[in-house]
Design a protein around this ligand. Structure first.
Ligand code: TZD
Length: 536
């Protein structure tokens, strides 16, 4: 830290104080793509920080999001002015839905220049990233910058977590600020969202009275790492556990006997799966994130729905059922303590799977998932963006530990490749495998460069069905034909990957895939496997 003494008062620079505040918040990585407005923030980059260069802003956000979700720490991003922010918006649509605590900063033109509407002025910076951020701000003076960053970190990390944007004029960084601003670096903001026993009484009574309760778990359970508490509760209640639709995380050990599967993302089909239950307890997620237009009653007949969530807005938005806004982990602890075990043995709700032979047959998604499940270590983390295979993955790939699965929370493509890198940085001890479609790959293909440059050992499996499979499936559902723009041919993933500096292998049979994947998962370097399957 450099201190400047002016007229008997000690000052530090805006820049030094901001790095100190970041240290205090546990931030030591900056994910970014720079321009001239950001160089003053980056100059003399501190040794205890790592700058991770991403060649596209969507990659910087995706990587920071993977890192933030997997560590629970804030992900800090530095982008270039309006153009960089604009490029980041698609990725931000996922971050706001996944509750990723990101602080996204962007350089503004110098304060002394903005009057003339110069190049690289972010004209209405505060409005630009809305509505994809929890808060957006541009400090009114250089002296306010450390306060704005400190506030942004606390807002991003407070429930419900989410991205926050700060635009900073580049001539602010060298300005002196009063030494007092350094107190910001040691501030703690702690949230206790524990309801009293009295407040939980109606929930306890409803659970005791229910003859056939069912649990539906959302991503908050995994974010709070209370997956095993949910398993204990399910066991006590003899209740099947479903994962809420359009799941961005895996909140329950899929090898547990109470695991029933993932709910479909349509009103009628979802209600049908829950048929026969009189109490639906949803923990830690929205009710519900539908995708397909499948109109019908939201709940089965005579069923009551209760939601527990840390997100007051999600509670307010629910179209059905009562809600308690509270910390899901705390509520689960209380329920486990108070609920009496149901009599007899808990049934096994798992769906049996017929595993495929590893032979010389043409690859298909089921075989890919079976082989990966058989070979990958049990603590492997999976990311998925092979969009037509989501249901198959959930059926065939075991995910046992917390933090084992990440998916774009708003369905915006371009998430999984960079997020895989962020997840690997967060915990290098866990293998990371990313299933990517041949279409999705191109929204963040430059992630391959960052993986190679920083030697981040992720296995990318491109499931190549020569087109936008999910859109073909939707066309079929909508009973529409002759849709242009859903076939993609002529892309050489091997050359693309090698061009970015990553070893690549093309396979088309189960036996070839098994062999190549076995080697790839043991590698200490990033690897890409192009798994060619039939055109769908
Ligand atoms: N652009 C962005 C940023 N996000 C999107 N979700 C889409 C476009 C639309 N989209 C989907 O929702 S799925 C999909 C597109 C284009 C096809 C992805 O094809 P793929 O995987 O090859 O990656 P599948 O398995 O063939 O569907």
């Amino acid at each position: 830290m450099r201190y400047i003494s002016v007229e008997n008062t000690t000052y530090t620079t805006v820049k030094d104080s901001v790095y100190q505040i970041l240290r205090g918040a546990g931030v030591n990585k900056v994910f970014g793509n720079p321009g001239s407005n950001e160089l003053n923030f980056l100059k003399d980059f501190p040794d205890d920080f790592e700058y991770i260069l991403c060649l596209h802003e969507g990659v910087a956000i995706g990587m920071a999001e993977g890192y933030a979700q997997a560590t629970g720490l804030p992900g800090f991003v530095n982008l270039h002015a309006a153009a960089g922010t604009g490029n980041a918006m698609g990725a931000l649509s996922n971050s706001v839905n996944s509750h990723a605590p990101l602080v996204v900063t962007a350089g503004q033109q110098a304060r002394t220049m903005v009057y003339s509407d110069p190049l690289l002025k972010n004209s209405n910076a505060v409005v630009l990233p809305m509505p994809l951020v929890k808060d957006s701000y541009e400090p009114l003076s250089a002296q306010e910058v450390p306060h704005a960053i400190s506030r942004a970190l606390h807002i991003a990390m407070s429930p419900a977590k989410g991205p926050v944007y700060v635009s900073i004029p580049y001539d602010d960084w060298d300005q002196p600020i009063a030494h007092d601003a350094l107190h910001l670096a040691t501030r703690n903001v702690v949230h206790f969202g524990a309801p009293s026993l009295n407040e939980l009484q109606p929930l306890l009574v409803a659970l005791a009275k229910a003859s056939s309760p069912v649990l539906v778990l959302g991503p908050e359970v995994d974010a709070l790492r209370c997956n095993s508490k949910a398993a204990l509760l399910a066991d006590k209640l003899h209740a099947p556990v479903w994962v809420a639709p359009s799941a961005p995380r895996c909140p329950f050990p899929t090898n547990h006997h109470c695991f029933a599967g993932i709910l479909p993302a349509g009103e009628a089909s979802l209600a049908q799966k829950l048929h026969g239950h009189d109490l639906i307890l949803v923990l830690g997620g929205p009710v519900f994130r539908y995708h397909q237009n499948d109109p019908g009653a939201l709940l089965p007949e005579n069923a009551q729905l209760l939601l527990v969530t840390g997100d007051a807005q999600e509670a307010a938005r629910s179209p059905v059922g009562d809600a308690i806004v509270a910390n899901v982990d705390t509520v689960l602890s209380c329920l486990i303590e108070r609920i009496t075990d149901r009599k007899g043995d808990c049934p096994d709700f798992r769906k049996p799977i017929q595993r495929l032979e590893i032979d010389h047959s043409q690859l298909e998604p089921s075989a890919i998932f079976d082989i990966v499940d058989a070979i990958a270590p049990r603590n492997t983390v999976y990311l998925n963006e092979a969009t037509s295979t989501i249901a198959t993955l959930w059926e065939r790939v075991g995910m046992e530990e917390p933090g084992s699965y990440y998916f774009a929370a708003a369905g915006g493509l371009g998430f999984a490749m960079p997020a895989a890198l962020g997840v690997k940085l967060a915990d290098p001890t866990r293998p990371v495998v990313a299933f990517i479609g041949d279409g999705s790959a191109h929204y963040s293909i430059t992630s391959l460069w960052t993986a190679a440059r920083y030697q981040i050992p992720v296995v990318f499996i491109i499931i190549n069905n020569s087109g936008y499979g999910a859109l073909k499936w939707f066309s079929h559902q909508f009973k529409i034909q002759n849709v242009p723009g859903i076939e993609i041919d002529g892309i050489d993933f091997i050359q693309l990957s090698e061009g970015y500096g990553i070893a690549a292998h093309r396979v088309s049979t189960r036996a070839e895939f098994s062999q190549v994947f076995d080697n790839a998962i043991a590698e200490h370097a990033p690897v890409l496997i192009e798994a060619r399957i039939e055109r769908v």
